[in-house]
Design a protein around this ligand. Structure first.
Ligand SMILES: Nc1ncnc2c1ncn2[C@@H]1O[C@H](COP(=O)(O)OP(=O)(O)OP(=O)(O)O)[C@@H](O)[C@H]1O
Ligand SMILES: [Mg+2]
Length: 593
């Protein structure tokens, strides 16, 4: 949930492996191909060692001319088989790895959509995105590259060790004494890797987040001359990332030489042992050469096994952070009450709400009834809880105390998708998707809307007015790869979307930013069309909206402090009158409309 993850515990590592296995277990065919290929590969290594024995004894010692003629072909044949096996093994393991990546990305993306709003409040999108990209890619390294090496090399080692025992059990037993030494070194290094790689992942998230912040807020940075501050901040996380990476690089760089040194000590003692006939029990030249050959061939896979620990542990750390996300509880799906179209009667009963216990209550004891078709304006100072109040209706959050009822039933009784079908939302800052204007209007469940329905919504929301000037009309692309719409134009698209949805409840969070009179007039007309015949809760910043409302509630510090019509509230000369003089009087003076 948060970006700081604990470093993986050994039993946690086991859990991650088992779960990763769960992702790839379905691809039995590819696994089988890989296993067969790896077995063949390992066998070819042992066969090669055996051939060295034959070559030494028959070609050089016995001078067997028949064998000498066939020997080159034999060598070529072995390498050909080995090459094909290597290719098949690497390819099929990569295939499984890419499948795992794809499936995990699907699941993580699906989870992004299923998480409760609170989750997004508590985690940065940079950290979440790096799970989808960076962490999943690392898991794939564990799934394909690591397993390829692991299986193939272990099989190779088994084959070669078997050969060694066949040639000289005594000498082989001696070699086994050297083994644990290498094991200790490997263990030591692997623990270091694990520590660093978790921290590197976290610091990578910091880097992404720092960059994302300036990308999104570049205008603020420029206008407030925040460049130096941002650069200094970035330098900190960037340097931290470099430092951690260098520690990992240091551990990695030391790993190979140390392992080789240990192996060299082993090799020299084995040669000493083997050349003492009284100790080794006697070997012929071919046996000795092939035995040493087998030992040398074992060193490479052993070295790879020690190096594999880095990506392997990175994979575990990455896997853990992904599974932590996947295991985070999703949204409460609600009860099983179905509703096709609600009447639109809303009631808040003694509703209190807090985002975080430390920050205190944001809504306190709200009692409010909104009749079907009523147009309710909510006003109040910034931070008084207006947006929070309306966000309870589509259940972005649930009240911490009290209940919200739709048509007499607690919102939690309804199936969540049914409930949300009853609610349209036009927010302060409209985010359009990278798609055509038409697709943005007929978004989500409305993508099957007919041409005529979409056009009608677009006309009523005054969208056609500006799309007519585009050569592609409603099919103009917007977003990153398309045209940039103004705030007012985007809002009209959002209004068209809400019109098309035609839900019984409408929530409007009016933009505080002043629009020019022309757009304002268009938007006002579009909104009038939208608000007709539905229960509307509008967080009002425009005088015109307030004046047209059936009722106004005034919020302050999470409470409803006044309720009534504009005239009633002005007559009372309380909080509303004060707010009106502060916020809207200028509006009224300038409003010659
Ligand atoms: N996601 C959140 N997590 C934690 N606290 C929040 C969150 N959203 C809002 N708050 C806090 O809750 C309080 C009410 O915020 P809210 O957004 O409801 O105010 P508002 O009346 O809509 O203000 P504005 O008119 O500026 O939009 C504020 O103190 C705010 O800091
Ligand atoms: Mg708000």
């Amino acid at each position: 949930m948060s970006r700081s993850q604990p470093s993986p515990q050994p039993d946690a590592a086991g859990r991650v492996y088992r779960r990763l296995w769960g992702y790839s277990a379905a691809y039995r065919g590819m696994w089988a191909a890989a296993l067969v290929a790896m077995t063949v590969y390992a066998g070819s290594q042992t066969a090669f060692v055996y051939i060295t024995k034959l070559i030494t004894n028959q070609s050089f010692v016995d001078r067997d001319m028949e064998f000498v003629r066939w020997m080159p072909l034999l060598i070529l044949g072995i390498f050909f088989v080995r090459g094909v096996a290597d290719y098949v093994a690497t390819y099929s393991m990569s295939w499984v790895g890419r499948q795992v990546i794809k499936r995990m990305r699907e699941e993580v993306f699906g989870k992004f959509l299923a998480l409760p709003t609170r989750f997004y409040d508590q985690s940065s999108s940079g950290a979440l995105l790096s799970r989808l990209t960076f962490n999943i890619e690392q898991v794939a390294q564990a799934a394909s590259q690591v397993l390829t090496t692991l299986f193939k090399d272990i099989l190779t080692i088994i084959g070669l060790v078997a050969y060694m025992f066949w040639v000289s059990p005594r000498l082989s037993l001696f070699v086994l004494v050297v083994g644990p030494l290498i094991g200790v070194v490997i263990r030591n290094l692997s623990q270091r890797f694990r520590r660093y790689s978790t921290r590197i992942q976290n610091s990578m998230g910091d880097v992404t987040q720092a960059a994302e912040q300036v990308l999104e807020g570049h205008k603020v940075v420029k206008v407030f001359n925040g460049e130096a501050h941002e650069i200094a901040g970035f330098e900190r996380v960037n340097e931290n990332n470099r430092r951690l990476n260098m520690k990992l690089a240091g551990a990695k760089a030391a790993s190979a030489p140390i392992t080789q040194l240990v192996a060299a000590i082993g090799l020299s003692s084995v040669v000493f042992f083997a050349t003492r006939e009284d100790l080794s029990g006697g070997m012929n030249v071919g046996e000795f050469v092939s035995f040493i050959g087998a030992m040398l061939l074992i060193m490479a896979p052993l070295k790879r096994l020690t190096n594999i620990n880095g990506p392997l542990q990175q994979g575990v750390a990455a896997g853990q952070s992904i599974f932590e996300l996947l295991d985070a509880p999703g949204e409460d799906p609600g009860g099983d009450r179905r509703v096709a179209r609600a009447v639109g009667h809303l009631e808040f009963r003694q509703v209190s709400f807090l985002y975080q216990a430390e920050k205190g209550q944001v809504l306190r004891g709200i009692d409010l009834v909104v009749a079907p078709g009523e147009r309710l304006a909510i006003v109040g100072r910034s931070g008084s809880g207006k947006s929070t109040l309306v966000s309870l209706i589509p259940r972005f959050y649930d009240p911490t105390e009290g209940r919200v009822l739709l048509d007499g039933h607690d919102l939690r009784e309804y199936r969540l998708d049914d409930l949300r079908r009853q609610v349209s939302l036009v927010s302060q800052d409209v985010k359009l998707f990278d798609d055509t204007i038409r697709a943005n209007i007929a978004y989500g469940a409305m993508r099957d809307a007919t041409e005529a329905e979409i056009e009608q919504a677009a006309r009523a929301a005054h969208v056609l007015e500006f799309t007519q000037r585009f050569p592609d009309g409603l099919d103009t692309e917007v977003g990153d790869r398309g045209v940039t719409l103004s705030g007012g134009q985007r809002q009209r698209v959002a209004i068209a979307r809400a019109l098309l949805k035609n839900s019984p409840i409408l929530i409007l969070d009016e933009a505080t930013s002043a629009l020019d009179t022309e757009s304002e007039r268009h938007i006002q007309q579009a909104l009038e069309a939208l608000m007709a015949n539905r229960t509307t809760l509008v967080i009002a910043h425009r005088l015109s909206t307030i004046e047209n409302a059936d009722r106004i509630v005034v919020m302050d510090h999470g409470r409803i402090v006044e309720t009534g019509s504009h005239a009633e509230l002005m007559a009372r000369d309380g909080a509303y009158a004060a707010l009106y003089r502060m916020q809207f009087a200028g509006d009224a003076a300038g409003a010659g409309r």
